[in-house]
Design a protein around this ligand. Structure first.
Ligand code: NAD
Ligand code: IPM
Ligand code: MN
Length: 351
């Protein structure tokens, strides 16, 4: 079997960690009897600086023929974030209807988190983040510019189709893991969007009587995630809430360097796109010290999505082994290993 994979290393540490993830994927392919043909795209803030756009006009078309997309990270000082992200990451998520942003977290060996010491089975959750609408909207604008009563409006869009399908996805996922679903809400503060979200959550929950369901205000849920993570299994959240909760979940399970993410198009009509939860980390870019584990685990999610489940599991096991051995830890894990050393250690273990 041959898979066509598009790689967009992007900006900052995105490029460093994507090389390592590719190394591990190529090793997995050689070992498990499939092949990957890669095509690399230089779409980035650097490209923007040269040409005035993050990707070509037909960027979406170019990617649409691939079986999967591996994305580094987007965004770098010099280009405003809303320009770079709305010029690349967000349009791809929307064009390919990657309406699920799946962000699994699990306590990994070698973590230095506040929860280190708890066992992995106490701390395994997955965030199902709505990835195509909600608070991430371009609707709105500045009014009364330059006057004392100047203001901006930022609209949110919650469609019945959009809310229902993400909640359904969460229930289906919970069912496969005999788990339960927690909906992140904020219907005490947001009086249109979140009551609507809650209403649809209740409707969908009623169709899954075998799956326990609860809702929790997102602020309280944030606290629970740190203090009682064992009470959380599948979290379903809107675009913004899911974004915030996924960095929090990453932090409590080992840091941003360890958390993978998939932008999934469940119908399979369009390619899905895999990336770390973290960004381009300009503060450590170019130093060769970024932790590549998040991107390597994102690459494993890509394989899982392609149906190469044995290879995907082997990558996760190799990551666990390397972290347990502790011989190749990057500075965020309290070690002195380089990005390349940790990536190579995972690849060697896998081989
Ligand atoms: P960030 O995730 O890039 O960094 C936050 C902190 O975590 C930094 O101190 C960084 O050094 C650390 N960190 C992140 N990943 C790490 C890793 N693999 N190893 C070790 N340390 C790591 O978040 P930010 O600083 O808010 O954003 C930087 C840029 O990235 C911005 O332009 C932002 O918009 C963009 N961003 C892009 C994506 C994406 O493309 N998916 C995601 C998040 C942020
Ligand atoms: C993420 C990132 C993006 C998001 C930003 C960079 C637009 O934070 O993938 O989590 O909020 O979706
Ligand atoms: Mn984020």
């Amino acid at each position: 079997m041959n898979y066509r994979i598009a790689s967009i290393p992007g900006d900052g540490i995105g490029t460093d960690v994507t090389i390592e993830a590719r190394k591990v994927l190529d090793t997995a392919a050689a070992k498990y009897g499939f092949s990957l043909s890669w095509q690399e795209f230089d779409w980035s803030c650097e490209r923007y600086a040269k040409s005035g756009s993050m990707m070509p006009d037909d960027g979406v078309e170019q990617l649409s023929e691939f079986d999967g997309i591996l994305l580094g990270a987007v965004g770098f000082p010099g280009v405003p974030d809303h320009v770079s992200l709305w010029g690349l990451l967000i349009p791809l998520r929307r064009a390919f209807q990657q309406y699920v942003n799946l962000r699994p977290v699990r306590l990994l060996p070698g973590t230095t988190s506040a929860l280190a010491g708890r066992t992995a089975d106490e701390l395994e959750m997955v965030i199902v983040r709505e990835n195509s609408e909600g608070e991430y909207s371009a609707i709105g604008g500045r009014h009364n510019a330059g006057r004392p009563d100047e203001f901006v409006l930022q609209e949110s869009v919650f469609t019945r189709v959009g809310v229902e399908r993400i909640i359904r996805y969460a229930f289906e996922l919970a069912r496969t893991r005999s788990g339960h679903v927690t909906s992140a809400t904020k219907s005490n503060g947001l009086i249109h969007s979140m009551p609507y979200w809650d209403e649809i959550f209740a409707e969908v929950a009623a169709r899954y009587p075998d799956v326990p369901a609860q809702q929790c205000h997102v602020d309280a849920l944030a606290a629970r995630m740190v203090q009682a993570p064992d009470r959380i299994d599948v979290v379903v959240a809107s675009n913004l809430f899911g974004d915030v909760l996924s960095d929090l979940a990453a932090a409590v399970t080992g840091g941003l360097g360890m958390a993978p993410s998939g932008n999934i198009n469940p119908s399979g009509e369009f390619p899905s796109m895999f990336e770390a939860v973290h960004g381009s980390a300009p503060d450590i870019a170019g130093q060769g010290i970024a932790n590549p584990v998040a991107q390597i685990l994102a690459a494993a999610m890509l394989l899982e999505h392609l149906g190469e489940t044995v290879a995907a599991q082997a990558i996760r096991t190799s990551v666990d082994e390397v972290l347990t051995a502790g011989s190749a830890r990057t500075p965020d894990l309290g070690g002195t290993a380089t990005t390349t050393a940790l990536g190579t250690a995972v690849a060697e273990t896998l081989r």
